[in-house]
Ligand binder design. Structure first.
Ligand code: UDX
Length: 435
């Protein structure tokens, strides 16, 4: 099929390349000429395992091209909207990129074509955009097809998703849209991926409610970590025990520094703002607590580090291991790790930070921090070690080897990813998050 993808950021670039991998003819469009030039050269603009390989492969087959010319979408049977919806000033989603992309796209949409929203938007956006599309081309259809990809697994999540959701209009128009989307996703459907056909409002809500639920699950266990901290309980063992209840499940019950990244924090704030606009001022009040619990974990880590330094961080050397919001990513958007590094530095500590992939992205936001080129360099002479992102490299650290590098054997495990016993046996003061 001939497919266009408008917006070549995280979501759009991965989607465009994955569509080409599935055999479609794809044109990827973005307003940023630097991004388009990089993608055209076969360079992924961000770290994502597997993406460089399938990008080169797709370029070599000639099935994908990237352009800043929106007119090049003409003739595509399906136009995917994959632009960002960042957090606006009041917490609500900022829809300026969606609106600009749709305004640019509409003159080029032909009869019988589909415009397919993938961006995370406030419920009701699709209905509004459908009206705009109907005014421009009455024989085209707007559908919502949310994306659930996780960074670090983005290619896998796009090609073999857990589920596919189509939000379509009623009647024959919707039935036709389903047939077209079934062709787009033929490979995943043939592999047995569940496919749900719903109305557009439900499709928009599936995405934000899934993220709200995941955020709530993480903050629930982090609230239990707060309780564990004052009672001497171990939140990791607690999570294992409650997670064995199939109704609860163990996934997303890892207590630690909480959630960051480009999705969960902004999505829960935007969802709450939208519910207030809908005349439901209290329905999602709990998401404010979810946000607050999440942010308190960062304060807690700073407090524990300060305590291990004897109450004053001024001039003390802090080794920060991990800057990305999660492992296998170079993304530092709303990263708890980078936030903590910057806070300790602002309080007067000598912070030396290392991350396997996220140093260059951190440097752009916090040029004032000192960055090391290896874990060993960051650890040299440290008065305290903070593990803030659970990269495998840090999980694999040998306590004895680390002990030989640092000035003082004190470690804070912000992701509960280390074996407390092993570190204590090597003479370290080990502090986790709620264990
Ligand atoms: C998330 C959703 O999972 C995905 O479906 C959606 O499309 C986009 O948002 P992502 O932001 O890539 O994906 O990361 P995810 O793996 O969900 O992790 C989010 C954050 O939660 C990370 O900072 C991670 O460290 C944290 N987390 C996750 C925990 O603190 N504990 C957990 O148990 C799980």
């Amino acid at each position: 099929m001939r497919i266009s993808v408008i917006g070549c950021g995280y979501l759009g670039a991965v989607h465009a390349v994955s569509m080409a991998k599935l055999g479609h003819e794809v044109v990827g469009v973005d307003v940023d000429p630097v991004k388009i030039a990089a993608l055209s050269r076969g360079e992924a603009p961000f770290f994502e395992p597997g993406l460089p390989e399938i990008l080169s492969e797709a370029l070599a087959t000639g099935r994908i091209r990237f352009t800043t010319e929106i007119a090049d979408v003409a003739g595509s049977e399906v136009h995917f909207l994959a632009v960002g919806t960042p957090q606006g000033a009041d917490g609500a989603a900022d829809l300026r990129y969606v609106d600009a992309a749709v305004a640019a796209l509409l003159p080029h949409v032909g009869a019988g074509q589909l415009v397919v929203g993938k961006s995370t938007v406030p419920v009701g956006t699709a209905a509004r955009l459908a009206d705009d599309l109907a005014a421009a081309e009455p024989d085209a259809t707007l559908v919502w097809n949310p994306e659930f990809l996780r960074e670090g697994f983005a290619v896998q999540d796009t090609i073999s998703p857990d589920r596919i959701v189509y939000g379509v209009p009623d009647g024959v128009e919707g039935e036709r849209a389903v047939e077209v989307l079934d062709d787009v996703y033929a490979a995943a459907l043939a592999a047995g991926t569940p496919r749900l056909v719903v109305d557009r409002a439900t499709a928009e809500l599936v995405k934000v409610s899934a993220n709200a639920f995941l955020a709530t699950k993480i903050s629930f266990i982090n609230a239990m970590a707060e309780i564990a901290e004052v009672t001497g309980a171990d939140v990791t063992a607690l999570a294992d025990a409650i997670g064995l209840d199939a109704r609860i499940g163990r996934r997303f019950l890892n207590a630690g520094l909480g959630f960051g990244g480009g999705c969960l924090p902004k999505d829960i704030r935007a969802f709450r703002a939208r519910s207030i606009e809908l005349g439901l001022p209290h329905t999602l009040d709990f998401l404010e607590d979810v946000d607050a619990v999440n942010l308190r974990r960062r304060d807690r880590l700073v407090d524990v580090a300060t305590e291990l330094l004897g109450g004053d961080v001024q001039g003390r050397r802090v080794a920060v291991l991990g800057l990305a919001f999660k492992p296998d990513s170079d993304d530092v958007r709303d990263s708890p790790a980078l936030d903590i590094a910057a806070r300790l530095r602002a309080a007067g500590a000598v912070v030396v930070a290392y991350d396997p992939e996220a140093v260059h992205t951190s440097q752009r936001v916090h040029p004032e921090l000192t960055y090391a080129e290896s874990a060993a360099e960051a650890l040299g002479g440290a008065d305290v070690v903070l593990v803030l992102t659970e990269w495998q490299e840090f999980r694999d650290l040998e306590p004895a080897a680390v002990g030989a590098l640092v000035a003082a054997k004190a470690i804070v495990d912000g992701r509960n990813c280390l074996d407390p016993q092993a570190w204590r046996q090597a003479g370290f003061t080990y502090r986790g998050m709620g264990r």
